[in-house]
Structure formats: C-alpha cells, structure tokens
Write a protein that binds this ligand. Structure first.
Ligand SMILES: [Fe+2]
Ligand SMILES: [Fe+2]
Length: 382
C-alpha cells in the first residue's frame, strides 16, 4: 500500500470515528473501532481473495420446542411457500448488452453521472461504458452485502431465543444463499465485471458480524442493511430497462421484505420485554451511527479511482455525488424503509430524534413500518 493510500484510509477511519462520536456513547465508539481499523486502515476486505472476521456469540438451544410466536410462525409459513429457484425461475437466456439502447441497462437521467461535467463531454460509447461499470460496482456491493446477509442469517438463526424465530431463520438462510447465487451469476455471466467490496460496507458488515450480542446483529442486518437493500433494489429497478435484472430484483425485493418484517417482529418483542433503559439507549445510539455510515459513505470510490481520479479530487467527487439528485432519491427510498422500523421497535425516542432531524432523516418517521407494507409499496421507488 503506498503512503497516499495509507493516509487516505486513515482519514476515512478518523471520519468514521468522528461521526461515531456524535452521540458520545463510549461503548458504541469502542465497538466500531475494531471494524473501522480492519476496514479502512488494514483494508481487510481487499487483501487477496478471502477475509476472516472473528465472531463471538452464544448459540441458544430450545429443548421445549414451544411454538408460541404466532406472527413469526405465520411469516415462516409464507416464507416456505414463497421459495423460488434462481436457476429455473429466471430467464437466463436473455442477452444482456450494455451497448443496446433498446433495453437500456441504466437510464441516463436516473443515474448520478449525468451531473458530472467530464462525463457529459464523453462520446456516447464511453458514457455507456461508464454506466455499465457503475452499475457493476453497485451490483457487486449488493452481492457482497448478500454474502454478509447469508452469514448473519446463520448467526441469528442460532442465537434467536424462540423456536418460531429459528424456523423462520432457516428460510432466510436459503433466501440469502439464492441471492448470492443470482447476483454473482448476473455479474459474471451478463455484465462480466466484479468489483471488490467497498470499505464502508466492509466496516458495517464487520461491525455486526463481530459483535457478540445477537440483537445487534439483528438490528444491523435485518433493520439497517436489509432496509437499505430494499430501498436500493427498488431504486435500481426503476433505473433499468433490462428485463432479466428487473425480474431478479423484483423477486429479491419480495424476499427482503420478509427479512425486514422478521427483524421488526423479533426485535420489537425483545426490546420491549427484556432490555433495561440503559441497554435500549445504547442500541438507539448504535443504530444512529449505522444510519450515518449508510447515509454518508456509499460513494463508489472504487469506480471513481478507475474513471474519474484524473479529472477531479476525491473530495470534489464526494461533494458532487452527495449533492446529486440520484443520491437524494436513493437516500429518500432507503431511509423510508429504515426510520419507520426503528420507530416501531422503540429506537426513536425523543432523546435521539433531534440527531436524526439534524441530518435530515426524521421526515420518514411517519411512513409505514415493515409489517404494514404491501408488495406494491415495496416495488415503488418513487
Ligand atoms: Fe438478501
Ligand atoms: Fe435479506
């Protein structure tokens, strides 16, 4: 790693810790320190073809096998009958050509690049190449996120206290495995590009995988990351006219909606029944830090390094992207799927609300939470 990269990574770590210090909760700060050092400084997600994340949590056996969580049980039944096969149920014979204007891979007006001057002056062929690359970057992050979701689903299935939760969790493990399968197949056989994991995404996944508390894994994955995914998938589905990708995203969104629903049911009960006020406040602070990481940090730096580093500084790139109409739409869609759920599980008290208000995220609090959403609501990115 050259000196410039080391300095830049150190700056990212400091920014994350500075963000994390906003709510001044030393326990939250401490829990993010290890993941930030591993993700930004050591770039663990980018060292070779694999990474090992240390984990520690308790597997909970239930020898009484009581089926006493009615809503979770219903969700399990729905999940069983909604299974699909990534091989059989998607039409992989569809030819995906990033240079074919009849099935635009990404609609130009819906993507952030049309607000970049050096992109606008490019010939159309190169603009298509950039759109193809940026879409590949985004879908690669979805794929890496799905791998994290697969492992997190395994962990929460072991750790959750109720049998109905474990049975439901078993279906989520299969769902996430299928998502890894279809995103990987699409990226490698249709787009023929695969990007490495973004450092910020690595930090989020590392933080929830390595935390020993099962409910933090749940909160991080089922409420925050899956909520983000629901919004991101819907935004992406609106931005593409490619039929295979549209159908794949539609099926994945339907699965993810169940996962978020599971998170809201399980955590709502657990937080109401079990946690002290001090413990609840710590979860509230942790969720706010995750919201900050998710809001500020998905800035496609791997794509920027490849195509735009000669034309503008990283700071200019960040400012441009954060201020773009695309990011505004993206943020709106993703936080519309996160904030109401935080409220439903009791993590949006009057103490934390001003922090969300300050970063412009409180406006979503009155939207529908996961248990009240229909399939049509979820496919709508507007
Ligand atoms: Fe998934
Ligand atoms: Fe999921």
């Amino acid at each position: 790693m050259d000196l410039l990269t080391v300095l830049r990574n150190a700056t990212e770590s400091v920014d994350t810790i500075r963000d994390a210090s906003r709510v001044k909760n030393p326990k939250v700060l401490l829990s993010l320190l290890g993941p930030a050092v591993r993700g930004f400084l050591l770039q663990k997600g980018k060292q070779g073809g694999s990474s090992d994340v240390p984990t520690e949590y308790t597997a909970h056996f239930d020898w009484e096998y009581q089926r006493d969580r009615e809503e979770l049980s219903r969700l399990y039944s729905t999940a069983k009958s909604s299974q699909w096969d990534g091989e059989r149920d998607l039409d992989w014979s569809i030819d995906v050509d990033p240079y074919d204007p009849r099935h635009e891979l990404v609609l130009d007006e819906l993507f952030p690049l049309n607000e970049v001057p050096s992109y606008c002056s490019l010939p159309e062929k190169h603009q298509r190449e950039h759109r193809h690359a940026l879409l590949s970057w985004m879908l690669s992050q979805f794929l890496h996120g799905e791998q994290g979701a697969l492992f997190a689903a395994c962990q929460v299935t072991e750790a959750v206290q109720w049998l109905d939760g474990k049975l439901y969790g078993s279906t989520q493990v299969v769902d996430e495995g299928r998502h890894v399968e279809v995103f990987h197949r699409y990226l490698t056989t249709k787009l023929e590009r695969l990007y490495q994991i973004n450092d910020n995404l690595y930090v989020v996944i590392d933080a929830l995988m390595s935390d020993s508390r099962w409910d933090i894994k749940f909160l991080g994955m089922q409420i925050m990351v899956e909520g983000l995914a629901l919004g991101a998938f819907a935004t992406m589905r609106t931005a593409t006219r490619e039929p295979l990708l549209r159908e794949m995203l539609k099926r994945v969104i339907t699965d993810e909606a169940r996962h978020v629903h599971f998170g809201v049911l399980a955590l709502g009960d657990f937080y109401r029944e079990t946690l002290s006020e001090k413990e609840r406040r710590e979860r509230e602070d942790w969720a706010f830090e995750m919201a900050l990481l998710l809001r500020n940090r998905f800035l496609a730096h791997e794509f920027y390094d490849e195509y735009y580093a000669p034309f503008m500084s990283r700071k200019q790139w960040n400012t441009m992207l954060l201020g773009s109409g695309f990011m505004a739409r993206f943020r709106a869609t993703m936080f519309r799927r996160i904030i109401p759920n935080l409220k439903r599980i009791g993590l949006l008290s009057d103490r934390i609300r001003p922090y969300y208000e300050e970063i412009g995220l409180l406006e979503w609090e009155h939207h529908k939470a996961a248990p009240d959403l229909t399939a049509t609501d979820l496919l709508d990115a507007a």
